[in-house]
Design a protein around this ligand. Structure first.
Ligand code: SAM
Length: 229
């Protein structure tokens, strides 16, 4: 790991924790995409957590953020990102901005990123952190992403970081040919990480493994009264 002279001891300590996170939690579980591993090494996850959780920013766990939401487990971020199969020139949509961390990872792997969050306080905070990190190819939008973001469609990849009761057909419509939608689907207690690839206009669905996310709340997600506690 390279260490530049102008880094504080605290920054160096956090960088070492990040490097260990990539080795022990992500590479060791089979993530192979070099670009994903580099992005996870580069993006300072500790900037996206609440101040009281900075010391746990590189732990193998999701963490609470404001408004009862979460920043996902680092491995889950890496796994979902690898499943998107990005090469660098894509326009990507993330649904569920939360802290902005996943969007920051995507910013290193795609040409441009739209990210949509239904809770304004979260989208405002995420926008601020992304600006502080001089990440300029991410646009943060406030709104119900269960309907996607049709004004900027089609997308070369869509990632949903909240659990949906089913795959919203409008999200498949917003994929370009050959692009993938990565989305947790199932009951609020546990979901199946699902990939929908658009091939000759038709959705090809594969199930990758189980996961647990906070609910996707909105017109094509869970209604407020149907969501988990
Ligand atoms: N990707 C985030 C990160 O890197 O911190 C973690 C996302 S958190 C697990 C899920 C987020 O999805 C929450 O912030 C929640 O408010 C948001 N969400 C839920 N339903 C939504 C919807 N219909 N549209 C946009 N955001 C939604």
């Amino acid at each position: 790991m390279e260490v530049s002279n102008d880094e504080s001891p605290e920054e160096i300590r956090l960088k070492e924790l990040r490097s260990r996170m990539v080795k022990e939690q992500i590479k060791s579980r089979g993530i192979r995409d070099k670009r994903v591993l580099e992005a996870m090494l580069e993006i300072p996850r500790h900037r996206f957590v609440l101040p009281e959780f900075i010391d746990r920013a590189y732990d193998d766990t999701p963490l609470p953020i404001l408004e009862g939401q979460t920043i996902s487990q680092p491995y889950m971020v890496a796994w979902m990102t690898e499943l998107l199969d990005l090469h660098g020139d894509e326009k990507v949509l993330e649904i569920g901005t939360g802290s902005g961390y996943q969007a920051a990872i995507l910013s290193k792997l795609a040409r441009s990123v739209y990210t949509i969050e239904r809770i304004e306080a979260l989208s405002n905070l995420a926008r601020r952190v992304l600006e502080e990190l001089v990440i300029q190819n991410v646009e943060v939008v406030t709104g119900d992403g269960s309907a996607g973001l049709p004004e900027h469609a089609p997308y070369d990849g869509i990632i949903v970081t909240a659990g949906a009761p089913e795959v919203p057909p409008c999200l498949v419509e917003q994929l370009s040919e050959g692009a993938r939608l990565v989305i947790p689907v199932g009951p609020s207690t546990i979901q199946m990480l699902t990939v929908v690839e658009k091939q000759k206009g038709k959705p090809i669905v594969s199930e990758e493994g189980s996961c647990v996310f906070v609910p996707l709340v909105g017109k094509y997600g869970w209604k407020e009264r149907r969501q988990a506690s």
